[in-house]
Design a protein around this ligand. Structure first.
Ligand SMILES: Cc1nn(C)cc1-c1nc2c(-c3cnn(Cc4cccc(C(=O)N5CCN(C)CC5)c4)c3)c(Cl)cnc2[nH]1
Length: 289
């Protein structure tokens, strides 16, 4: 289904608003239908009053719009357009039919290896697309991933992404679990704008998909200490291929982390993804997952 005809000006009257889909720190999302085309989308509503208190969130929203509207990839949530009225800013987003990934993870507690591998392969493909456009996401975590109707995952929330390099401060909010060591340690900040930060977070994501909790989960102080030392243990029931990938991503030196190409050709990914369909199906049948 193509994007709706992109008129110069969108306005609220063009949409029939449906049920609320969710809410985040800075806004609510509603199911919506563009009247003339019957196109189903998600309308994210942000209140200007909440943005103006100099929390830098306004710049974040501007960045989200500027970056996300120029991206087209099956594993990146599309931003079709935006508009505003006196009190609110509206983002017209792709509707992800199966909602927020972290809720699926909570419900299933952890994903079987074949499913985790397919999600990580999709993430690597999306990140490769972003990095080729010199966009670093910098906030890869389950809460920022949605799921499409066919079970494919879609990175959303580009509020923290940047066009590398950029001298922007990242005020830490939300979980520390996904921060790479170079963003924990003070000192030179240019590493903050190295694409390799997303590879660290991909390693944390792989671990959390397979184990059901983040590798450095602890008290905030201890989490920072453990990240700075890459101090984690991988349960023995995780396959040796998956352990190998996690260990090659959660490397303190950004330059020594696997590249996205190496992730996509890693034995654990090959074994479970499209190429190894038969192997994956055998695995699924045997484990019944
Ligand atoms: C729910 C649901 N059930 N089903 C069957 C489908 C859905 C569904 N939801 C969406 C949503 C959706 C809704 N809420 N959210 C969560 C949300 C909403 C508003 C703002 C935020 C937010 O502030 N975020 C910033 C912080 N990071 C961590 C997080 C982002 C975060 C996203 C979107 Cl954008 C697109 N398609 C959807 N489909």
């Amino acid at each position: 289904v193509d994007a709706p005809i992109t008129p110069k000006q969108f306005h609220l009257g063009m949409f029939e608003i449906g049920r609320p889909l969710g809410k985040g720190k800075f806004g609510r999302v509603y199911l919506a239908k563009e009247r003339s085309s019957n196109f189903i989308c998600a309308l994210k509503v942000l209140y200007k009053s909440e943005l103006q208190h100099g929390t830098g969130v306004e710049k974040q929203v501007r960045r989200e719009i500027e970056i996300q509207s120029n991206l087209r990839h099956p594993n990146i949530l599309k931003l079709y357009g935006h508009f505003h009225d006196s009190k609110r800013i509206f983002l017209i987003l792709e509707f992800a039919g199966k909602g927020e990934l972290y809720k699926h993870l909570q419900r299933e507690s952890r994903f079987p290896e074949w499913k985790a591998a397919q999600y990580i392969a999709q993430m690597a493909s999306a990140l490769q697309y972003l990095h080729r456009k010199h966009v670093i996401h910098r906030d890869i975590k389950p809460e920022n991933i949605l799921m499409g109707i066919h079970g494919e995952i879609k990175i959303s929330d580009f509020g923290w992404s940047v066009h590398a390099p950029n001298n922007r401060r990242k005020t830490l909010c939300g979980t520390l679990d996904y921060l790479p060591p170079e963003m924990i340690k003070s000192g030179s900040k240019d590493n903050w704008y190295n694409e390799k930060v997303d590879l660290w977070s991909l390693g944390v994501l792989t671990y959390e998909f397979l184990v059901g909790e983040a590798p450095f989960e602890d008290t905030p102080i201890m989490t920072q200490k453990r990240i700075a030392r890459a101090d984690m243990t991988i349960p023995e029931w995780v396959s040796k291929e998956a352990k190998d990938l996690i260990k090659k991503l959660l490397v303190l030196d950004p330059e020594k982390r696997l590249s996205l190409e190496e992730v996509q050709t890693h034995p654990w990914i090959i074994k479970h993804c499209v190429k190894g369909e038969r192997a994956a199906n055998r695995e699924k049948l045997s484990t019944g997952s």
